[in-house]
Ligand binder design. Structure first.
Ligand code: URP
Ligand code: ZN
Ligand code: ZN
Length: 455
């Protein structure tokens, strides 16, 4: 064996038990009470938890937006991820005009191959769903992509996919073993409000929320669920932020439909109050953060299993880029940060008793692996699984400060938030990449993770 993590408590989605973990060639090879091996390096995890690394299934590293780019590229983003206990990401590749989907995926893969510190995989955000793009679904699935996302918002010329094309894509994805995801907000209501607000000089970020209130998301979620249930196709709703949308998803799931929902830490921690205060622009994302009723419902949805995945939707922009839209919220690049904060935040809530550690592992690691075709390689601690492991100290207190984060972005919405418990070591395939607030990873260590077809 190369490494033994001794005396810790293993936590998976299903079990919690004291055992040592033996690692060889990047895999877990032994789990037992007292493991001895003369050559192995020993890590003492007395009083600590040993968790599978988190999988962040919604990131946008280096995402281009108009003339700017999200602040984190694959290097800084995956470095920050590792420092927060995330060992795998599913990053959204954005379909580029004039390129085939596979060209875009391959270019992105080249970048990640050289720059990523942790294992990575791709989803594809479709910005123009032409018949040619639909023809490429099969090649993308063979390559290892099993989620494609369309947008119900933005303009017809830019991003938005009509319902007919969306349904066609859902049926095709199902046939190929993939799942369609949808950005669910109603563009017509957003535009109606925005025209009125801007004409009245109401450009403050508060009106970003006002133009995309709960009903804007709810209607679109209901419509997407209606099409998925009418055509009996699987569906994924990423970054769910509203109660009534969740109610609709729960209803469909109770009837046996294969509808999955994901929410994000910023919807679980903040409420729409943030849009009223100084710095409001930094919280501008879509869907926007909703009111306390929605927040409570999202927590309940996690507990009863109707929200299967928590992921970050990490898409940060620098302070000056966010501030450029202070007088006109439509000019604020949408997206917030969280890639280093997801596991610490969720585990801190578990440490304080809000939910179990097993549940956190389920929504942040094992469900993304199971539901997106890479279990049991990822998402658990089991013999034969990748040794993507986090040693977690439940006694450590950590207060977030931008200078303590490893992202390229110059601020964080998590500034000042105190976590009870914190990851102290992260291993990627048996290699130590984060050690007590120090990043010790190696550029290019991350490997492409081919995800299997889902059905
Ligand atoms: O505001 C957000 N969520 N930006 C990222 C892109 C997306 O729609 O997921
Ligand atoms: Zn989206
Ligand atoms: Zn996203």
């Amino acid at each position: 064996m190369d490494l033994i993590i001794k005396n810790g408590t293993i936590v998976t989605a299903k079990d919690t038990y004291a055992a040592d973990v033996g690692i060889k060639d990047g895999k877990v090879v032994l789990i037992g009470k007292v493991l001895r091996h003369s050559d192995a390096e020993i890590v003492d995890a007395s009083g600590k938890l040993i968790l599978p690394g988190a999988i962040d299934s919604n990131t946008h590293l280096g995402m281009p937006l108009n003339n700017i780019q999200a602040a984190d590229d694959c290097a800084s983003g995956t470095c920050a991820a590792a420092c927060g206990g995330t060992t795998t990401i599913f990053d959204y590749v954005i379909q580029q005009p004039g390129e085939s989907m596979m060209e875009t995926i391959r270019k992105r893969n080249d970048l990640f191959e050289k720059g990523s510190y942790i294992d990575y995989s791709f989803n594809v955000s479709l910005t123009n769903v032409t018949p040619e793009i639909l023809k490429e679904f099969k090649e993308a699935v063979d390559f290892g992509v099993n989620q494609f996302k369309i947008f119900m918002i933005y303009s017809k010329e830019h991003l938005m996919t009509d319902d007919g094309t969306f349904v066609k894509a859902m049926i095709l994805a199902k046939e190929l073993g993939a799942r369609m995801a949808v950005h669910a907000e109603n563009p017509y209501i957003i535009n109606m409000h925005t025209e009125e607000f801007l004409a009245e000089g109401k450009g403050h970020p508060w009106y970003h929320y006002q133009s995309r209130q709960e009903y804007v998301e709810t209607e679109a979620v209901k419509r997407a669920v209606y099409w998925a249930t009418s055509f009996n196709t699987p569906l994924y709703i990423p970054h769910l932020a509203c109660k009534e949308g969740l109610d609709e998803i729960s209803r469909a799931r109770n009837e046996g439909y294969d509808i999955l929902a994901e929410t994000c830490p910023h919807y679980l921690y903040f409420t729409n109050e943030v849009y009223k205060y100084e710095g409001a622009q930094n919280y501008v994302c879509s869907p926007p953060i909703k009111g306390p009723e929605s927040q409570d419902a999202l927590w309940d949805g996690i507990k009863r299993g109707d929200i299967s995945i928590v992921a970050t939707d990490h898409s940060p922009f620098q302070s000056h880029e966010k501030a450029a839209g202070l007088e006109d919220y439509t000019k604020i690049p949408n997206g917030v940060m969280g890639i280093e904060n997801m596991y610490p935040y969720m585990l801190s809530e578990a440490n304080k008793g809000r939910l179990s550690f097993n549940k956190v592992v389920e929504v942040c690691s094992s469900n993304p692996a199971h539901l997106f075709g890479c279990a049991p390689q990822k998402g658990t601690i089991a013999i034969g699984s990748d040794a993507d492991l986090v040693v977690y100290d439940p006694e450590k207190t950590f207060v977030v400060k931008p200078e303590k984060m490893h992202s390229n972005v110059d601020h964080t919405i998590w500034d000042g938030v105190e976590f009870s418990g914190y990851p102290i070591k992260t291993f990627s395939r048996g290699k130590l990449i984060y050690d007590n607030e120090k990043f010790v990873g190696e550029k290019g260590w991350g490997q492409f993770l081919k995800r299997n077809p889902l059905y």
